[in-house]
Design a protein around this ligand. Structure first.
Ligand SMILES: [Zn+2]
Length: 203
């Protein structure tokens, strides 16, 4: 009866939210995310990435509007962040690195004079190599989707930096300082309760 118990617990949490209304909990905002791909990218992976990132941030009331650089240039939007994707955003045909330790950071967000900037860079080559290292058997049939899911979690992580202005990481969830390959491709990787609170109460 494990499922029934999980369902009951979720229902209880919803009831608690309804019973204690908080303006912060109902606040929602829109954020335009400009995606700038510098290399080849699988359409399937990009779709899966957008879905995953939105799925994670929607719990904090943040609604994302993804635009290409060209689209963003012809419109004026206020709340806007840039994410640049370097390398190939698709499943690499063969392992690119021998040692996992050599992969290096998957993404970074810029900071100037202690201020987090609305600009991130994602290394698709590193994400691809890392994800590939954790794939087995049937995973390869859905390689594009897994790369997309991992990219979506990486982008969600960087968006938390940009939206909260925080460089300091959390101890759990998508905003942990380092994520394992299983955290990137398996199950779900939500925001921690603390991150949810920070995102909901941001000005
Ligand atoms: Zn980080």
């Amino acid at each position: 009866m494990r499922n029934a118990r999980v369902g009951w617990f979720a229902a209880l949490m919803v009831a608690a939210l309804v019973a204690i209304p908080s303006p912060a909990a109902t606040k929602s905002s829109d954020l335009t995310v400009v995606l700038d791909f510098k290399g080849p990218h699988s359409a399937k992976s990009v779709d899966a990435m957008k879905q995953e990132t939105q799925g994670i941030l929607k719990s904090a009331g943040v609604h994302l509007d993804f635009k290409s650089r060209e689209e963003a240039a012809s419109t004026s939007v206020a709340d806007l962040v840039f994410v640049r994707f370097n390398g190939a955003c698709e499943l690499p045909p063969a392992p690119l690195y021998d040692e996992l330790g050599e992969i290096g950071p998957l993404a970074s967000t810029y900071e100037t004079d202690g201020q987090v900037q609305p600009f991130s860079e994602v290394s698709c080559d590193r994400v691809g190599a890392f994800v590939r290292s954790g794939m087995h058997g049937g995973d390869f049939k859905m390689g594009d989707l897994l790369i997309g899911k991992a990219l979506g979690r990486v982008v969600a992580h960087e968006l938390v930096h940009m939206l909260t202005g925080q460089a300091k990481h959390s101890h759990q969830g998508v905003f942990e300082p380092a994520l394992t390959v299983q955290q990137l491709i398996a199950g779900e990787l939500p925001l921690s309760p603390g991150d949810l609170e920070r995102l909901r109460s941001r000005p």
